[in-house]
Write a protein that binds this ligand. Structure first.
Ligand SMILES: Nc1ncnc2c1ncn2[C@@H]1O[C@H](COP(=O)(O)OP(=O)(O)O)[C@@H](O)[C@H]1O
Ligand SMILES: O=C(OP(=O)(O)O)[C@H](O)COP(=O)(O)O
Length: 397
């Protein structure tokens, strides 16, 4: 088991506690559409606040590439957090500089404040020493409760731990314990389902993952890159053509490891990405040039479900389609409900994670039946791959 200091070891009373959380939640039209990540950090916030700590929340939202971007502001999340916590949550529209310093200086014991998106500064992702210093000057203690961002060696997820006494939050602790318990020694066959849209940031980890699982089901936006690498035309679909070589290497690595790669054989396509857009189901070899794949087709879902029937353990990150918009939720909902049924019947250990994956499982009414639902997607897959996560490693020091 991972050994690091937890809140049991921390003296937070009267201290300014920089608490890294993951508030990168699914949102639509300015409203939070899935609150799971917020719910999961409430115990840590409450514990520090009740012990008299001054809670200064650090978080990112989206990928603003080091520049302020009003569309990726954390401001709309503060009132949601306040409602869920049942106490006021202040907001500072910068995470460093005079605005942040002023709001932090005015805190009294037990107060909670959220600072604006750390990724509005290029120093965050660069883990730049000057930016880390600026953040560190706001706190006396650092607590990391963002397991789902622990695969990033950023200033607020890694750098800060070198500067301040550092501890794991309750969610970080619980996630690692639950993953170790559920997947530390998984019963085989193990099936991994990987979909979603973060193709370039997740494709590399598949290379190692294939050595740890018996089948890798590739769906969602991720599948298009593999289909294209196989010479199949995917029209206007989300696809990273420059990763074709990587995709082919993963298929070879899977062959060598005896892992079966399961790719879609049919797809639901549309010409527009909006609710009610006309859609049709076609074989993957017949995707029209002016259309995009927005969901995995029914024949492919049957193949996925057949693999779930054979499996003893499922690990899942990334929806099989653009589930936020009907009817492109069908494959994700069908596979999620099938996995939930098998889990309820005691036939499958099912572990899923990722901000959007959790939202999709909630939408399908399947989340409660899964053996474990992690807040993490990429971090969870990297953990599964056997990789050391920078945000966890630094807490062990
Ligand atoms: N075929 C597709 N085309 C475009 N987007 C897709 C497709 N399949 C899935 N997606 C999108 O993937 C997103 C989730 O991807 P990702 O962020 O990788 O998952 P998670 O947050 O669970 O880790 C969703 O917003 C969904 O709409
Ligand atoms: O949503 C997240 O990851 P996930 O999509 O893998 O679940 C985390 O907040 C990390 O975000 P990032 O992938 O932009 O670093």
């Amino acid at each position: 088991m991972t050994k690091f200091k937890t809140l049991d070891d921390a003296d937070v009373t009267g201290k300014r506690v920089l608490l890294r959380v993951d508030l990168n939640v699914p949102m639509k039209d300015g409203a939070v559409t899935d609150r799971t990540r917020i719910e999961r950090v409430l115990p840590t916030i409450r514990e520090i606040s009740e012990k008299g700590g001054r809670v200064i929340l650090l978080a990112h939202f989206g990928r603003p590439k080091g520049k302020p971007n009003p569309e990726m502001s954390l401001e709309p999340i503060a009132p949601v957090l306040s409602e869920m916590l049942g106490r006021p949550v202040g907001f500072a529209d910068d995470c460093t500089g005079p605005v942040a310093a002023g709001i932090v200086a005015a805190l009294t014991d037990g107060d909670v404040v959220l600072l604006e998106n750390t990724r509005f500064h290029a120093g965050e992702e660069a883990n730049d020493a000057e930016f880390v210093d600026a953040l560190a000057s706001l706190g006396d203690v650092y607590v990391n409760d963002a397991f789902s961002a622990a695969h990033r060696a950023h200033a607020s997820t890694e750098g800060l731990a070198h500067h301040l006494p550092s501890y794991a939050g309750r969610t970080m602790q619980a996630e690692l314990e639950a993953l170790e318990k559920g997947l530390g020694n998984p019963e085989r066959p193990v099936v991994a389902v990987v979909g979603g849209a973060k193709v370039s940031s997740k494709i590399d980890l598949l290379q190692n993952l294939v050595a740890r699982v018996d089948a890798l089901v590739i769906g969602g936006g991720m599948a298009n890159t593999f289909l294209a690498a196989d010479g199949i035309s995917v029209g206007k679909s989300l696809c990273e053509h420059d990763l074709a070589e990587t995709a082919r290497a993963i298929v070879e690595a899977a062959k060598a490891a005896g892992c079966e790669i399961v790719l879609p054989v049919d797809a639901v396509v549309a010409r527009e990405f909006k609710a009610g857009a006309a859609s049709e189901t076609v074989d993957v070899g017949a995707v029209p040039q002016d259309a995009m794949i927005l969901d995995t087709g029914p024949k492919s879902v049957e193949a996925v479900n057949a693999w779930l029937d054979r499996a003893k353990t499922l690990v899942w990150n990334g929806p099989l389609g653009a589930f936020e918009i009907e009817p492109f939720d069908r494959a994700t909902v069908a596979a999620a409900r099938h996995a939930a049924e098998l889990t309820r019947a005691g036939k499958l250990v099912s572990v899923a994670g990722g901000g959007d994956t959790v939202a999709a499982l909630n939408q399908a009414g399947a989340a409660a039946d899964f053996s474990y639902v992690s807040t993490a997607g990429g971090a969870f897959l990297e953990w599964m791959e056997g990789k050391a996560l920078p945000g966890v490693e630094v807490l062990k020091a």
